[in-house]
Design a protein around this ligand. Structure first.
Ligand SMILES: C[S@@+](CC[C@H](N)C(=O)[O-])C[C@H]1O[C@@H](n2cnc3c(N)ncnc32)[C@H](O)[C@@H]1O
Length: 341
């Protein structure tokens, strides 16, 4: 007999549930608009890092409804399936909605209780290789029980990498690039690819949030924008500001990074970034693709396919990942890394 197909629990930015369904091409069992999560079936495997609109990808194991307000612990423990026998971490999670925010107080209080009960029964250990246990509360009386594969999911609570704002940052966009580094690279890759005194070009840099994020990591930045840099990014010794067209600018010598936040057609930005990587101007790129109001998944697919096709034609080895980050709205952030031969 064939193994039954798994059910998936996916978290996303509220309002992008349909995009998740379209992207996974799985069958929606539950996909309410603006809920920030969905339950899918019909795919034997999904790859987290190839899904742009999924913040988190979990295997759904069960569900508890009508949780009594005064004792949620007993019914939840009773509902935990026998397999997997042990978990490497426990995450109590809520949707990224106003209701979710009000529930997060309860999950914070409840976490130590449940954690202790699971440790006492030796079902919870600190082994990062084991599946993680997730209890997701769409409402206060309902919990979805799920697990994540540490190699095919986000390690952040609610699938959201929290980053802190620098008091000196010229704009909140600073947070987006910080989040992108955390989402696309593990600590070892960050240490290897973001070393002090490396060089970067920031296309569409003003007022300077992304430039400031790079400077904070010790990089030297050429910031290209006709607009003015503000705050600490303006006049900083590690920043060279050029008032030029970001689509025409090319560095005289190769740099380590290009980042690009120009508001333009996704296809045009994708073509520009492809040219930088194929032309050997840099090895790493992070850029935003602003999505249209309609057919967002298709627009993204066309842009990413055009990059893949150009790089494949040149026989280059690369990593290409796209995510709608917590700090992204109608856009997706893309990481493109060209591997050394
Ligand atoms: C969303 S803002 C960038 C915010 C920036 N990443 C930050 O962290 O502060 C977009 C910028 O792109 C610039 N821009 C748009 N088209 C451009 C072009 N062709 N050349 C240079 N800059 C451009 C705009 O002037 C604007 O400052």
């Amino acid at each position: 007999m064939n193994k039954p197909l798994p059910s998936w629990l996916v978290y996303c930015r509220p309002g992008f549930e349909r995009d998740c369904v379209e992207e996974t091409q799985a069958k929606p069992l539950e996909a309410v608009g603006n809920s920030g999560y969905l339950v899918l079936q019909g795919k034997a495997r999904l790859a987290y890092n190839q899904l742009a609109f999924a913040r988190q990808l979990l295997t759904l194991l069960g569900e508890v409804r009508d949780l009594p307000e005064r004792d949620r612990l007993a019914p939840l423990l009773a509902a935990l399936p026998a397999a997997p026998e042990r978990f490497g971490a426990l995450y109590l999670e809520v949707p990224d909605t106003n209701e979710g925010k009000t529930l997060s107080g309860f999950t914070k209080r409840f976490q130590p209780l449940l954690e202790q009960a699971l440790r006492d029964s030796e079902r919870l250990t600190d082994d990062a290789c084991l599946p993680r246990l997730h209890l997701f509360f769409p409402s206060e009386d309902r919990a979805l029980i799920a697990t994540s594969d540490p190699h095919n999911s986000s390690d952040a609570l609610n699938g959201i990498h929290r980053v802190s704002m620098s008091a000196d940052a010229p704009s909140r966009s600073y947070l987006k690039l910080a989040e992108a580094f955390a989402v696309f690279m593990d600590e070892q890759e960050q240490a290897q690819w973001l070393k002090p005194r490396m060089t970067a070009v920031d296309l569409g840099a003003a007022p300077g949030g992304w430039t400031w994020q790079l400077v904070q990591r010790g990089l030297h930045v050429t910031a290209v924008d006709n607009g003015p840099l503000k705050g600490a990014a303006a006049g900083h010794p590690a920043v060279k500001h050029l008032r030029q067209d970001g689509f025409k600018f090319r560095p005289q010598r190769p740099v380590d990074w290009v980042v690009c936040d120009m508001v333009e057609q996704p296809q045009r930005v994708a073509a520009l970034m492809t040219e930088w990587i194929v032309g050997g101007y840099c090895m790493n790129a992070i850029f935003n693709l602003k999505l249209p109001m309609k057919k967002r998944v298709e627009a993204l697919r066309i842009a990413l396919d055009s990059i893949r096709s150009a790089l494949n034609k040149k026989g280059l080895r690369y990593r290409l990942e796209a995510k709608q980050l917590y700090h992204d709205r109608e856009e997706v952030t893309v990481f493109l890394h060209r591997e050394k031969r």
